[in-house]
Design a protein around this ligand. Sequence first.
Ligand code: C5P
Length: 310
Amino acid sequence: MTPPPGPRTEVLVRVPAKVNIELRVGPRRSDGFHQLATVYQAVGLHDTVGVRSASEWGITLGGRTVAGVPDDTTNLAIRAAAALAKAAGVKERAHLDVTKEIPVAGGMAGGSADAAGALVACNRLWGLDWPLDDLEPIAARLGSDVPFLLRGGTALGSGRGEQVVPALTRGVYHWVFALAETGLSTPDVYAECDRLRDAEGGAVAAPAPTAELLAALRAGDVRTVGGLLANDLQTAALSLLPGLADVLDEGLTQGALGGIVSGSGPTLAFLANDREAALDLSVALIASGAVQDVRRAIGPVAGAQIDPAA
Ligand code: C5P
């Protein structure tokens, strides 16, 4: 049952992780960001963001992966809530309870997910009920991936990643994510990409998605999608964490249709043919000793959603 509109005392939102099925990185812009052309997919690994009225901004973190996540007002989720309050002229404050399932500093947009979750949750907490179109500009100022996580599904991202339009897809995509023991900083990976490109010389082309990949997504041709997974940040991530290359090889040897570094890494994303193949691949990756921890998830899933039962 959909809860009635209007202010609430407490709101809980589930928000998914993302994988970049294709990530094309173009030239560095004058603002320091890179032009992107990406195909995002939201996958069923979720953080939850609960919000309740409070006299001060605050955050409590829970879940299995919280190391390194700021537990003060520098946390992007609080910044998101504060940005919405300012834009809407709301004087209230909120306390956030964030339960993390999405790997931290893993290239799956966990911080951006929490920000998207906080926007949707506070939008309801304060009875604003702004449409997503109105939350989007605030989301874009918070981070390049935040607008996509408001919407979810599968989408084309352009600009610095913040401009999203839905992409037509068929079928269910079964992903296996190999988690790394250390994180990678997104700015460091982009800087390494620049360094490697500078060393190589030559101009960097304007980025564009691959037409064949978009056609395969429209057709639900998982095998072809697997063969076309691509990430221009992969060489940089492997340069910073060379051990990832062996794990990628292991996944492909064990039957993945394709494998890539997820976003700026270091999580690796493998696409499997179906549910059974994903299960087999997860077991094989752990048994090989190459990976300590895996997660299975399907895509596409919805973006940030209010939990009606909460
Ligand atoms: O937008 P977001 O806060 O997620 O970006 C984090 C960092 O990643 C930026 O500060 C920048 O170093 C890098 N980045 C980039 N080009 C993009 C997106 C991110 O260089 N399109």
